[in-house]
Design a protein around this ligand. Structure first.
Ligand SMILES: *Cc1c(COP(=O)(O)O)cnc(C)c1O
Length: 361
């Protein structure tokens, strides 16, 4: 098979090692005579995978002991709703910092449940940067502050996590989980849909401080109760066992290449190469994002015209570089260079960009 480079924003490229190991073991799991995904989730073999996944998350992200790791269904989108249902009590306000499409979706669900406030809104600047701490009009006793730490569509990332004092900070990290070290002293909950930096779609990884968990609403349908999921170690109901297994294999791969430190090195090498190409193109390629807020995961750029953008995406596809079309809401081009994208993939993309520019001036 000639494996192409897939720059899609999600579902997205996975480590070849993860795919190969899953493929080797899919039909007969460790000589059991059946597949892992055919087994009871209460059995020994699945349990080993489940526990290893939870402990690898803790190890790789250096999660402190007073945090729970939950493996839930419904992707990041269910979290948009579960968070206000759990924590936005009727006498409280939740702060939502609006930095782009995903932060806005979380806000819309918050608003559907209770009272919300917007400490900062980047709409007037077309979501081209993240706010600095002193621009945030935070509510002193808010139920929580919600941020999207990396906006997948706009291509911006919080360089630092905001300070929220005693108010819990909740971060949607769907498109950058496992790509940076986390300052746990500032963070009370992170969550991420599985299909960007971890595994196939079908799961949300949730990491939640026990202090926050203690406040979770218990008067809710069972699946929406964080306390139940924590108490049952995410085995209250049938877990998405295939996705958990793939997450486990990806986490083993992360460890094998040096953990988060190894990933940070690769991340910076790839992002520097691509942003460097855009900068060196003298405006042929243009990135609309403030330099300090550039995402190292989702890189967006425009060409001199929409016709050229079409041609670029089309020819790139023929050259084995897929998924480079920008989100339909913003147009242009976007390369999602998640953890699993090899350095070689970005090298190939940058070479293609050079040649395309020379041929299409
Ligand atoms: C993809 C994405 C989501 C949505 O994830 P689903 O798993 O499809 O619900 C939410 N937030 C961000 C930042 C994303 O990139």
């Amino acid at each position: 098979m000639a494996r192409i480079f897939n720059f899609s924003a999600g579902p997205s490229t996975l480590p070849l090692e993860t795919l190969q190991e899953a493929s080797d073991k899919l039909v007969d799991y460790e000589n059991s005579g059946m597949s892992l995904i055919e087994m009871s989730h209460r059995g020994k073999q699945y349990d080993a995978v489940h526990s290893e996944t939870v402990s690898l998350v803790k190890e790789v992200l250096e999660v402190p002991a007073d945090y729970h790791v939950l493996l839930l269904q419904g992707g990041a989108t269910l979290q948009f709703g579960m968070i206000p249902l759990a924590f936005l009590k009727s006498d409280m306000v939740a702060d939502y910092i609006l930095t782009g499409s995903w932060a806005k979706k979380a806000y819309d669900d918050g608003k559907a449940v209770g009272r919300v406030n917007v400490p900062w809104d980047g709409a007037d600047e077309k979501y081209s940067r993240m706010p600095s701490q002193n621009e945030l009009n935070l509510t002193p006793d808010a139920a929580y502050v919600h941020i999207c730490s990396n906006e997948t569509i706009g291509g911006i990332q919080f360089p630092q996590f905001p300070e929220t004092g005693n108010v819990p900070l909740i971060c949607d990290m769907s498109s950058e989980i496992m790509s940076r070290k986390l300052p746990w002293e500032k963070i009370d909950m992170v969550y991420a849909g599985s299909q960007k930096n971890l595994a196939p779609a079908g799961m949300a990884l949730v990491i939640m401080k026990d202090d926050l968990l203690q406040k979770a609403n218990k008067v809710l349908p069972a699946y929406l109760r964080y306390d139940l999921h924590a108490e049952k170690n995410s085995l209250y109901n049938t877990p998405p066992s295939f996705v958990v297994w793939m997450t486990c294999l990806t986490l083993r791969w992360i460890k094998s290449i040096g953990g988060i430190d190894g990933l940070i090195k690769r991340r910076d090498e790839k992002a520097d190469m691509l942003y460097g190409m855009i900068e060196d193109s003298n405006g042929y390629y243009s990135n609309p994002v403030d330099k300090a807020s550039r995402s190292p995961m989702n890189v967006v750029w425009r060409l001199p015209s929409e016709d050229l953008e079409k041609k670029f995406i089309d020819e790139a596809g023929k050259a084995g570089l897929s998924g480079l079309k920008g989100h339909r809401s913003v147009g242009g081009c976007r390369a999602s260079i998640y953890n699993a994208m090899p350095v070689d993939g970005v090298k190939t993309l940058v070479d293609f960009m050079k040649t395309f520019m020379e041929n299409n001036r």
